[in-house]
Design a protein around this ligand. Sequence first.
Ligand code: HEM
Length: 277
Amino acid sequence: MTEPVSIPSIHVHYRARKLLNMAVTTWFVVTIIGQWTFGGYIIAFYGKSTASGDLAKWNEVLPHGYVKGDWAGNLVVGVHVLLAAVLVLGGPLQLLPFVRRSAPLFHRWLGRLYVVTAIIVATGGLVMVWTRGAVGDRVQHVSISIQTIYIVLFAWLAWRCARTGRFDQHRKWGLRLFMVVSGVWFFRIGLMCWLVLNGGPAGFDPRTFSGPFLTALAVLVYALPVSLGMLELYFYVQKTRKHGAITAVALLILIVTALMAVGIFGAIAGMWLPRIG
Ligand code: HEM
């Protein structure tokens, strides 16, 4: 026999669900703003310099961006940074429910483009780290390389589940893919949030771009992504009837969203705007 559900209990449950929806919507709005400003920066900085043939300008940001005479390496870097815009501009569009409902064909084509682009950008990034060198230390390089594996695997799984009509699984793998593709963005806003809260560099050496804070950030964003853990918590509370768990996850999402907003503000003011200004 099942326990009768009391009216106050339904009320508490309804309030917890409402809080969760509000938290997720706030997270999503903040994420769209942050990813689209990152996309705007990519177009304004890399798009403009590439279109005008001024590839040496990449080196104002990337120490190993443009290397004279190395056309193959330069091509990999160019493709990586320019296609990155497709991911950060297109990713949030894939998650908007009204786009999926009102323009399913657009969702399907953007999905195919997103999956292929994610694989190209991630494998290009892998080539860049291990052939050209990148800022940071070995732990950071290994961590971001592990993220390439997640991206390629989740892209394949999201695509495969859509092809075979397993839409509940497709939604889950699509969201997991979005989280790992957003890793580089989480890393940037995580770093900027830390800098804003500490009033400058702390826990790492800005000259070598290494130290305990950056090690922890790289591991928790790339190799063992906290974002995936948060997503699994969200999947869990979508199904559970435990009001306490729903409320706790909603509050956690709101706290993380507030930190993300600080990081996005820091990235726009301290990283992206000065480079295109
Ligand atoms: C899939 C999502 C990714 C996006 C959207 C992305 C985006 C970008 C962007 C915009 C830059 C230029 C840096 C800037 O102006 O701030 C960049 C640089 C770079 N990316 Fe990615 N990236 C992604 C994945 C990866 C992966 C998985 C790797 C490595 C395995 C990687 C390796 C690099 C490297 C080495 C640089 C040059 C930075 C340096 O010299 O340290 N990226 N990426």
